[in-house]
Ligand binder design. Structure first.
Ligand SMILES: [Zn+2]
Length: 134
């Protein structure tokens, strides 16, 4: 593998495996109980991105260690991923309305505005009586 590809690939793999962790948090009833405080806000804002129960943070240490070991991410790539992650989670949990007025593609799909909190709600799941996400 070319050296120039190592860091971008490591960042992408760290991000993908973090996504898998998030899916697991929603699918496992035990993990969902730890993750639920992150999803209780009725209105999302940037602070939601940083609101996690202490027990979720403790449990996630093992997952993060596994990510680092299995991917073999360098300290430099890990630092870059953390910075990108912080920026992206603050952005996509914020309630920012972007006004875009450009056509996308030849199909004439028009993208006029994007509200980041609305995007999150599209993918958000609600807990059921069993305590597990839908
Ligand atoms: Zn979640």
């Amino acid at each position: 593998m070319p050296r120039w590809l190592e860091a971008p690939l490591a960042v992408a793999l760290m991000d993908y495996t973090l996504y898998l962790w998030h899916v697991l948090m929603h699918r496992s009833s035990w993990l969902w109980r730890l993750h639920l405080p992150h999803h209780v806000d009725l209105d999302l804002d940037a602070s939601t991105a940083l609101r996690f129960h202490f027990s979720e943070l403790v449990v996630s240490i093992a997952w993060r260690a596994g990510q680092v070991v299995l991917i073999g991410v360098s300290p430099r790539a890990y630092s870059a991923w953390q910075k990108l992650l912080m920026f992206s989670i603050l952005f996509h949990h914020s309630n920012v309305e972007l006004r875009l007025s450009s056509s996308v593609g030849s199909a004439g799909l028009s993208l006029r505005r994007v509200c980041t909190a609305s995007i999150i709600r599209l993918f958000a799941t609600k807990p059921t009586r069993t305590g597990r996400a839908d």
